[in-house]
Design a protein around this ligand. Structure first.
Ligand SMILES: [Zn+2]
Length: 99
């Protein structure tokens, strides 16, 4: 297990060079302005941006960041470590702190 190698967890992508989810055309997506309050909020707090396909007119959210398959394994390992730490901390608090 080589957690210390610092893997690239997230890769930045540009959906403009990706495929349209509807018509599968390549490089037809363009950044679209957020039309609603909901879209503005999503755009601000997440990695999703609004895009529009100039071929078929599809409009929706595309992520500008993708998780690598390797990183998912690391995230799972980190989560397990966090859960175990939390359980140990809870055990110690219950058994020692409250006496
Ligand atoms: Zn399309």
């Amino acid at each position: 297990m080589t957690v210390s190698e610092n893997p690239k967890v997230l890769i930045h992508t540009n959906p403009q060079f990706g495929k349209c989810p509807q018509c599968k055309s390549v490089s037809t997506l363009h950044r679209s302005r957020a039309k609603s309050m909901y879209e503005q909020i999503v755009r601000r707090i997440t990695f999703f941006k609004t895009y529009r396909c100039k071929e078929c007119g599809w409009r929706g959210f595309r992520s500008t960041l993708i998780f690598t398959r390797k990183s998912i394994r690391h995230i799972i390992i980190y989560l397990i470590i966090i859960i175990i730490t939390a359980l140990i901390a809870r055990y110690l608090i219950i058994n020692f702190a409250l006496t």
